[in-house]
Design a protein around this ligand. Structure first.
Ligand SMILES: C[S@@+](CC[C@H](N)C(=O)[O-])C[C@H]1O[C@@H](n2cnc3c(N)ncnc32)[C@H](O)[C@@H]1O
Length: 298
């Protein structure tokens, strides 16, 4: 995930520029483990809907990677994203009964109120400005049927991200009985993220050298700062296919290693105890909470 929060209006541009997959959600080990972990949490919940399927709203679906997996579990998913580009790509990637992608922004959506059994919001809330975050949670509670469930996740960190307790406090304002699960190890996450950033820079360099000037400002050495010189260096390295190939190969290898390590860990397992001993902090928070079953109770 990007470290800085992107303004909402920039998100469509971001998806257009990196339409091949802005966060590499389909192959980064940490992202796949993240999806698998959330699905395993969902698998433990009683989500029974009014019919055989569980009417689910996936907020901030991007190119649909998680929504597709969610659809296997619940059978009915409305996936929304602020970016029309992301929605168009997702629609062209998935053609499944009961899975629809719609461009909508929350808060402020025109979706039907009180109909969903479950809402998932993975790694979305920190894109909103602080003043809109309460409204976001409140609108999701309005979209859910009485007794419906929200599952929301965020990277753990300083602003714009959340400390686990901060996210729980936010959710508590519109939902009952929230419970919190923290997982992942920030050390692995950080290491992988640094490699990913390098890969990302190379991608920018590739766009630049292949005539797409969209990122010219970001890679042209227009001052003598170390950062701009480093970018310039990467532009030139980006011209060497072997370097790019090696970097990608090492990222994929590292990413798979992290995946194995994260899957290996688990409550009570040796890796988990070892991490506690080293005081490694979790990288992600998941909050699950219920909307009051009483329709009169807001
Ligand atoms: C980091 S991606 C997460 C993708 C997916 N949920 C996952 O975790 O794999 C965040 C997505 O949220 C979307 N988004 C951000 N703010 C939003 C909002 N207020 N309403 C709808 N979508 C939003 C962005 O366009 C982006 O596609």
């Amino acid at each position: 995930m990007t470290r800085r929060s992107l303004a909402l209006e920039k998100l469509d541009e971001f998806h257009r520029r990196y339409e091949e997959d802005p966060w590499c959600l389909h192959w980064r080990g940490v992202e796949q483990v993240r999806h698998a972990h959330v699905l395993s949490v969902l698998g433990t919940l009683d989500l029974s809907g009014s019919t055989n399927t569980i009417s689910t709203l996936d907020v901030g679906c991007s190119r649909g990677d998680f929504s597709g997996k969610l659809h296997n579990l619940t059978g009915e998913v409305t996936a929304v994203d602020v970016s029309q580009t992301a929605v168009d790509i997702a629609t062209s990637r998935y053609n499944l009964d009961g899975l629809v992608f719609i461009s909508q922004t929350i808060p402020g959506s025109s979706l039907a109120r009180g109909v969903y059994d479950l809402a998932t919001c993975l790694e979305v809330i920190y894109y909103l400005q602080e003043k809109d975050r309460n409204k976001f949670i409140f609108e999701i509670s309005e979209l859910l049927r009485p007794g419906g469930t929200i599952l929301i996740t965020s990277l753990v960190g300083g602003a714009p991200y959340f400390q686990p307790q901060e996210l729980q406090t936010l959710v508590e304002q519109s939902f009952e009985e929230p419970f919190m699960i923290c997982y992942g190890w920030s050390m692995f996450q950080q290491f992988e993220q640094n490699l990913f950033r390098l890969y990302w820079r190379l991608n920018l360099a590739h766009h630049y050298t292949s005539g797409d000037n969209g990122d010219r400002d970001e890679v042209t050495p227009n001052s003598s700062t170390t950062e701009s010189l480093a970018k310039h260096l990467l532009v030139n390295l980006g011209k060497m296919p072997v370097f790019g190939w090696l970097l990608r190969a090492s990222l994929v290898t590292f990413s798979s290693t992290v995946k194995v390590l994260l899957i290996w860990q688990g409550p009570g397992r040796l890796a988990h105890r070892f991490a506690r001993l080293l005081r490694l902090t979790p990288s992600h928070t998941i909050i699950v909470a219920r909307k009051s079953p009483d329709p009169a109770d807001k």
